[in-house]
Design a protein around this ligand. Structure first.
Ligand SMILES: Cc1ncc(COP(=O)(O)O)c(C=O)c1O
Length: 443
């Protein structure tokens, strides 16, 4: 063991950190935890950073006693707002080891084995999409950066005369990150009205097509309603105009892993790039987004960094920094790889199918409950509904009471201008009976 003189290791503290980590993985978070005010945190943490330090045991106590209670427990099975998380025990345990291994996975030279393993996970995803084995890409921190990297590659691949205005065509249900990306790229969004279920048809996209569109973004699981766009129709349109089709499947494309649900994504075989976040519905921890290009050379032509200090690197090797807007990176795709290797793809298929079934059961039960009105879904695992006799501040209060007690995290959203409730299930341990018992208190 190397003796560290400058920053000595505290073995007792290390043991207690590891034992807390073990317990946390086995027991999961406390569902009653949630955001605290700046004032409460100020009082709890005090002036934690001092010239002399307070040693690891006390520093760690600040984390367990003051920081953890303020953290929303997204990976609890009762957490059904936003798109939550449900990392497997193996992926969480491995992630702790991954941190300790301190792998520089920006380029092959720093992290070859880790990158090779990450690429196995990307290849698995590409094969589920029906893409050739030459497809590839990189893991980035999240869907927002994945969408930006893909759309930058899409514009770089443009070979026609430069238009007056760069444009991205997407659905009115596209995730907010697409608008953010357009702003960063100084591109205009051509927003196509989605249909009653939140899906963009090929025909609607065609009618909105205009000059300067360098990419079509298809939804494969819209965040608000779970809708999947007409990927086949969008692929036809992209081919006719010789432009890029990017599929945003940050949430939904996890369901490629379930052969039954896979059919809903027909057309994805013809896209140029897609993203899917393992930290959403692929049972891996924060933070990772798989960005896959059908033709990775197009990704590499758009990305990558040059500098005298990088000249010694082997640019013929697979460097993840060549495929996205990133240089230094942790091997954030490895926890997914480890989880897949541990449990097998069959277990993944079953877990995804189980969540789909939970969403169906919940939709059925909601539909059958007086004073609850099922509005849409399930689409993938999103269900939209309303409580006919509760709205506005009263509904917000009900949501807050359920959150605070740890019973359920269910928050309102807007659907067609109306305030509604939304459930999104990504956790195979979510218990339908429990959720329904809570929802019945709405009536
Ligand atoms: C469809 C979709 N795209 C993109 C994103 C952005 O992903 P991230 O939050 O990982 O940046 C999300 C996040 O919920 C999403 O649901």
């Amino acid at each position: 063991m190397t003796q560290r003189l400058t920053f000595p290791a505290d073995e007792a503290a290390l043991d207690s950190i590891l034992s807390w980590t073990r317990e946390r993985i086995l027991s999961g978070p406390d569902p009653r935890n949630g955001a605290q005010s700046q004032a409460v945190l100020e009082a709890a943490l005090g002036n934690a950073i001092t010239p002399d330090g307070i040693e690891a045991t006390r520093a760690f106590a600040l984390f367990t006693d003051s920081i953890i209670p303020s953290i929303r427990p997204f990976n609890h099975p009762t957490s059904l707002a936003f798109v939550a998380a449900a990392p497997t025990p193996a992926s969480l345990a491995f992630d702790a080891a991954l941190g300790a291994a301190e792998i520089f996975a920006g380029n092959w030279d720093g992290g070859s084995g880790a990158i090779h393993a990450e690429n196995q996970a990307l290849s698995w995803l590409a094969s589920l999409a029906g893409w050739p084995s030459s497809a590839g890409g990189a893991f980035v921190s999240g869907g927002t950066l994945g969408n930006l990297s893909a759309l930058h590659a899409a514009r770089a691949a443009w070979t026609k005369e430069r238009p007056d205005r760069w444009r991205i065509l997407c659905s009115s249900e596209a995730h907010s990150s697409i608008a953010a990306v357009a702003r960063v790229m100084d591109a205009e969004l051509v927003m196509v009205d989605a249909d009653a279920c939140g899906s963009m048809s090929g025909a609607a996209a065609r009618a909105a097509m205009t000059s300067g569109v360098f990419a079509i973004v298809g939804n494969a699981g819209a965040t608000n309603c779970g809708a999947i766009d007409d990927l086949e129709g969008l692929a036809n349109l992209a081919a006719e105009h010789d432009i890029w089709l990017h599929v945003d499947g940050a949430y939904g494309l996890a369901a490629l892993g379930d052969p039954e649900t896979r059919k809903a994504f027909n057309g994805i075989e013809r896209a140029d790039s897609f993203i899917v976040d393992p930290h959403k519905w692929l049972f891996a921890p924060y933070d990772s987004c798989a960005l896959v290009y059908r033709d990775p050379i197009k990704g590499a032509q758009a990305h990558g960094q040059q500098g005298a200090y990088l000249d010694t690197l082997d640019h013929t090797a697979w460097n993840p920094s060549d495929y996205a807007l990133q240089l230094t990176r942790r091997a954030r795709g490895l926890p997914l790889w480890f989880s897949l290797v541990t449990y097998g793809t069959q277990a993944y298929a079953q877990a995804i199918a189980k969540t789909v079934q939970i969403a169906r059961d919940l939709a059925c039960e909601i539909d059958a409950t007086p004073n609850l009105e099922l509005l849409l879904g399930p689409q993938l695992t999103v269900v939209l509904f309303k409580a006919t006799n509760l709205k506005g501040p009263e509904l917000a209060e009900w949501c807050e009471v359920q959150r605070r007690s740890g019973a359920l995290l269910c928050l309102p959203t807007k659907w067609r201008g109306e305030e509604v409730l939304r459930l999104c299930i990504v956790n195979p341990e979510t218990d339908t009976n429990h959720v329904m018992n809570v929802l019945r208190t709405l009536t």
